[in-house]
Ligand binder design. Structure first.
Ligand SMILES: C[S@@+](CC[C@H](N)C(=O)[O-])C[C@H]1O[C@@H](n2cnc3c(N)ncnc32)[C@H](O)[C@@H]1O
Length: 221
């Protein structure tokens, strides 16, 4: 029987793939794996998660390639999206804050993004997004707030109502109601538009996957 590769084998393979492709994110992931990782990093880096984040990067590049201020990623988990955004050649992001309520996330996110931490472009914060005041946050008012974890909130309209009017927002949710941690799933793109109630909509789309459909909106609060 073939079992999962040990961490040092995975480390060697990832270093090889980084050398083959020249991809800096893969090199950073290899380094993280070499230091030891939580088991669910494999979910944060699975092909569906990466596909949904590549979709995000591609669409953001078309509508807001240069946000006017720091980019906040909320419910950011292990900082994978931050790594992809800061690596994207056609995006111009000077500073990114990766925020999650789970205190286990920030140390992993900062190892994954260590080059950007050193350059002053990335920091990871442990906080509840429901309690943030974007008029007062360190670094100044954001140029963009991203939340790809809307399905995890109890009250999406209630959270959006706390944000400054006119704030650029990128939101993702899904219809994956079978996942126990999902509390605000939406059945369709139209239902997500109604839930978010954005004043301007620059992009709205759906990305079907095997078990569920992911929805994305980009616009202004
Ligand atoms: C499973 S993960 C990411 C799922 C998301 N669909 C994605 O692909 O980015 C959801 C994250 O949201 C975080 N989270 C949930 N509620 C939060 C809150 N109120 N403030 C900050 N982070 C929160 C969790 O700790 C978790 O790391």
């Amino acid at each position: 029987m073939i079992s999962a590769p040990p961490a040092d084998t995975l480390y060697d393979i990832l270093r090889g793939v980084a050398a083959l492709t020249g991809d800096a994110v893969v090199a950073d992931l290899a380094r993280l794996v070499g230091k030891g990782v939580p088991a669910d990093l494999s979910i944060a880096f699975n092909h569906k998660q990466i596909a949904s984040k590549r979709w995000l990067v591609d669409e953001l590049t078309k509508v807001l390639p240069k946000p006017d201020g720091p980019v906040f990623v909320l419910g950011a988990w292990y900082g994978v999206l931050g790594a992809l955004l800061l690596a994207a050649p056609r995006l111009d992001i000077a500073e990114l804050v990766s925020l999650d309520i789970d205190p286990d996330c920030a140390p992993i996110a900062e190892i994954l993004n260590y080059r950007h931490v050193a350059a002053g472009r990335f920091r990871a914060v442990t906080a509840d997004m429901m309690g943030l005041d974007f008029e007062q946050v360190e670094g100044g008012r954001p140029g963009l707030v991203i939340n790809t974890s809307c399905e995890h909130l109890d009250d999406v309209p209630g959270w959006i109502a706390t944000l400054p009017a006119g704030l650029p927002l990128l939101l993702q949710s899904n219809d994956y109601v079978r996942e126990p941690d999902h509390r605000s799933c939406v059945p369709s793109l139209d239902a997500f538009k109604a839930q978010a109630g954005l004043s301007e909509l620059w992009f709205a789309g759906a990305l079907p996957t095997k078990n569920y459909t992911r929805f994305m909106l980009i616009g202004r609060r």
